[in-house]
Design a protein around this ligand. Structure first.
Ligand SMILES: [Zn+2]
Length: 391
C-alpha cells in the first residue's frame, strides 16, 4: 500500500492518492498544508508518433507485437495515448503498415486504450525539396480518395487524422470528403499559396502539422504559407518543442497567435528514447543522437534527422524556458490534442478508473514521470497479459 499527496493540476488542490497492488484505491481531497512534490492530471496524448525506443511504425515488422513496446515505453514517460503516424510510402506498403497496426490493436485491449486512432502523414504532400522534408519523393502524389478508402478499410476506419498539402488540384473536394467521413485534415509539408490555404480551411482543414517545420529554408518575406496558416483562425497548430526544431522565440509568437489552439507533438522517430550515440537508419543513413536529444546526420550536425523527444521532454522544455505555466504546458500535452481529435475531452479524475498520470517535480522545476494509470490500474507493471483492462 502506498499513499502520496499530489496536487491536482486542474483545481490546484492537494489530494491523497492510495495505491495498492498497482491499482488506485482512492483519491480524496486533503487538508494537508505541505506543498506536494507530486502532481497528477490527465495522461499526455501525442498525435504524432512515427516510432520510439528502437521500434518503427513505418517498417513492416517480422513480428508485429514488437510495436507494442512503443505504447509500453511511452506510458513510462506519461504518454497514455498516441496516434501511430505512418508517412509517405507506396499504396501497397501503406496498406501493409496499417494492417500490422490493426493486428496490434486486435491483439490486446491495452493497445486499443493506448492507440485510439491512426495518423496518416502523406503521401498527398508537397513534392518540393524543403516542404517535403524526409518523405520519399517518388511516392508523393495528388490526393486520391480511392486510395484513402483502401487504407481506411484496412485500418478498420481508425485513420482519424491526415496531413496533406492543399497545393494539389482536387485537394478541396478530398478534404470535404475526409471531414464528412469524420477524418480531421491537417495542413503540413506544404508549399501552398494563400488562396489554396484559404480554400482548404473553407473545405474543413482544421490543423497545421508541426507548424514552422517541413518548410523551405528560405521563404519570401510575404506572402508565405507560414503567415497564411497563422492568420487562419480556424486552424489549430501542433509544434515540436524539443529546442532544435523551433527557436523558443518562435514558440512564444505561435502561442500569442494561436492561444489555446496550440499544442505539442513529439513527431518522434524510432531512435527517440534510445541512448546517445551513432546509429545506422534504414532511411536516413548514418545519424548521431546527442545527449541533449538532438538527432542529426552524422556528417552534417546542422541537418536534423527527425525528432528524438517525447511529450514529457516537450512539457519540460516549455517550463524550463518559461514558455508556459505548469497548467498550460500540461494542457498542451494532454487535453488540447485530445479535444482536437475527439472534439470533447473526457472527464478524467472524477472517476478513479479513468487514465491519469503522476509526475514528480525535481529541484530544478523539471518533472519526472512517476506513475501512469489506465482504467485505474498501473500500466504495464510486469506483464500486460496479467491485467484485465476494461473494454
Ligand atoms: Zn512531418
Amino acid at each position: 500500500m502506498e499513499k502520496l499527496v499530489a496536487q491536482n493540476i486542474q483545481d490546484g488542490k492537494p489530494y491523497e492518492i492510495t495505491i495498492k497492488d498497482n491499482e488506485i484505491q482512492s483519491i480524496v481531497i486533503t487538508e494537508s498544508e505541505e506543498i506536494p512534490e507530486f502532481y497528477f492530471g490527465p495522461g499526455f496524448f501525442d498525435i504524432q508518433v512515427n516510432g520510439y525506443a528502437g521500434h518503427d511504425y513505418n517498417l513492416v515488422q517480422d513480428y508485429f507485437l514488437n510495436l507494442g513496446q512503443i505504447s509500453k515505453k511511452l506510458s513510462k514517460k506519461g504518454i497514455t495515448r498516441h496516434l501511430p503516424t505512418v508517412i509517405t510510402n507506396s499504396k501497397k506498403q501503406l496498406g501493409k503498415l496499417f494492417h500490422q497496426l490493426t493486428l496490434l490493436l486486435e491483439s490486446n485491449h491495452i493497445y486499443q486504450k493506448c492507440i485510439p486512432a491512426f495518423h496518416l502523414e502523406g503521401p498527398f504532400i508537397s513534392p518540393e525539396d524543403g516542404p517535403r522534408g524526409a518523405h520519399f519523393k517518388e511516392f508523393v502524389c495528388a490526393p486520391n480518395w480511392d486510395w484513402f478508402q483502401y487504407w481506411q478499410d484496412i485500418a478498420g476506419g481508425r485513420i482519424k487524422l491526415i496531413t496533406l498539402s492543399p497545393e494539389w488540384e482536387g485537394s478541396n473536394s478530398f478534404i470535404e470528403k475526409c471531414v464528412e467521413s469524420g477524418v480531421k485534415v491537417s495542413i503540413g509539408h506544404t508549399s501552398a499559396n494563400q488562396q489554396q490555404i484559404e480554400g482548404a480551411v473553407k473545405a474543413g482543414a482544421s490543423l497545421s502539422t508541426h507548424l514552422g517545420n517541413g518548410a523551405h529554408g528560405i521563404l519570401p518575406r510575404h506572402p508565405n504559407y507560414i503567415w497564411s496558416q497563422l492568420a487562419e483562425e480556424k486552424l489549430c497548430a501542433s509544434i515540436i518543442a524539443d529546442g532544435f526544431h523551433l527557436p523558443k522565440e518562435v514558440i512564444k509568437v505561435l502561442q500569442k497567435v494561436k492561444g489555446d489552439q496550440l499544442f505539442l507533438v513529439s513527431d518522434s522517430v524510432a531512435l527517440a528514447g534510445m541512448k546517445p550515440g551513432d546509429y545506422e537508419t534504414p532511411v536516413g543513413g548514418k545519424v548521431s543522437l546527442t545527449k541533449e536529444g538532438k538527432l542529426h546526420l552524422k556528417d552534417k550536425p546542422g541537418m536534423l534527422a527527425g525528432s528524438a523527444m517525447n511529450l514529457l521532454q516537450g512539457f519540460n522544455f516549455l517550463l524550463k524556458n518559461n514558455l508556459a505555466s505548469i497548467q498550460e504546458a500540461w494542457k498542451m500535452a494532454s487535453q488540447r490534442p485530445e479535444k482536437y481529435i475527439f472534439t470533447e475531452t473526457e472527464p478524467w479524475y472524477a472517476d478513479k478508473k479513468k487514465e491519469f498520470i503522476i509526475l514528480k517535480k525535481s529541484k530544478d522545476s523539471q518533472f519526472d514521470h512517476y506513475k501512469t494509470f489506465i482504467s485505474g490500474k498501473e500500466t504495464f507493471p510486469n506483464t500486460i497479459q496479467s491485467i484485465n483492462y476494461e473494454q
